[in-house]
Design a protein around this ligand. Structure first.
Ligand code: SF4
Length: 300
């Protein structure tokens, strides 16, 4: 009897894991398609930190490459920043077993950061600036025209709220954008993937996770607050996080106040009814039909 119960439980776990893998492939494939992230002949440098997200990114991209109707190459790259106790053998052993071309770049940015930043001050901005420059150079050396990063949906949302709450800007994290040196295309194929899914996937696949606190830097307090806010919303207000995320791809510039984005100063009436025009005192409908289907009431 127990053996039957165990088999049923195992089947259920296998079913759920398979569903998770399929969902990740679907969402990553969708993001790649929506933003035209990867094209025929691309050489994609997948940045691998040793954290759950970048492992998931590499794994799913490798699956999708097998099925894709186009040809593209993948090179996994890890930057060994010489942080104390970094287990330098973990990633090469994993990548060799996986059979993916890889490169480990050894650069002691840890010592540079320690030397230049006074004790107790935040080291992340210099550290990530150094890392960015190194990764751009490595992409050039490896002949990679795309750089894939493991940021997921929740990273994008956190960045959006960080910029809004603490930076006074409506600005998220792009799914695809040319790098700040103008030379590289940076892509984030996990843009539609929830963090809880990469967490679960990492556990299912038993990725050899390398802890991310080896540098001794404290986690950004503001990001921590935003993360906690989003987690609470997930629990108490189902659907709110999803709606906020989909709002990022449904922007109405005429209803914001950025004069660069919309030509408010040169605006003229043209006598043509426009469902996206101002609706005076009416409440903005939350989940009513699309504006074009709502008739404009003629009061005359
Ligand atoms: S947490 Fe550490 S390794 Fe990461 S960016 Fe900050 S200083 Fe660098």
């Amino acid at each position: 009897m127990n053996a039957v119960v165990d088999t049923k439980a195992e089947d259920k776990v296998a079913y759920e894991n398979n569903k998770l893998h399929k969902r990740l492939c679907r969402l990553v494939g969708q993001a790649i398609g929506d933003f035209n992230m990867i094209e025929d002949g691309d050489k994609v440098m997948v940045c691998l930190s040793g954290g759950k997200d970048s492992y998931a990114l590499l794994d799913i991209l490798m699956t999708l490459r097998e099925r894709a109707p186009i040809n593209f190459e993948i090179v996994a790259v890890n930057l060994d920043q010489k942080q104390p106790n970094f287990p330098a053998d973990v990633l090469p052993a994993y990548l060799e077993k996986l059979g993916v071309p890889f490169h480990i770049e050894n650069q002691d940015t840890y010592s540079i950061v320690k030397r230049l930043i006074p004790e107790g001050k935040t080291t992340c901005s210099l550290c990530s600036r150094l890392r960015r420059g190194i990764l751009y150079r490595v992409a050039d050396e490896l002949g990679c025209n795309k750089i894939a990063l493991g940021h997921h949906r929740d990273d994008i949302l956190e960045t959006f709220f960080l910029n809004m709450f603490f930076g006074g800007k409506i600005k998220g994290m792009p799914a695809k954008l040319v790098s700040d040196d103008g030379k590289h295309m940076v892509i984030r194929p996990l843009a539609y993937v929830k963090e809880e899914d990469t967490e679960r996937y990492a556990a299912v696949k038993n990725f050899p996770i390398i802890p991310c606190d080896l540098c001794g830097s404290q986690e950004n307090l503001q990001r921590k607050q935003i993360k906690a806010m989003l987690r609470e919303w997930e629990k108490k207000h189902p659907g709110r996080v999803e709606n906020t995320f989909s709002a990022l791809s449904t922007v109405v510039p005429s209803h914001l106040m950025d004069r660069e984005l919309f030509g408010f100063t040169d605006l003229k009436t043209d006598g043509i009814a426009n469902p996206l025009g101002d609706i005076a005192f009416d409440e903005e409908p939350c989940s009513t039909p699309a504006p074009s289907t709502i008739p404009l009431v003629n009061l005359q």
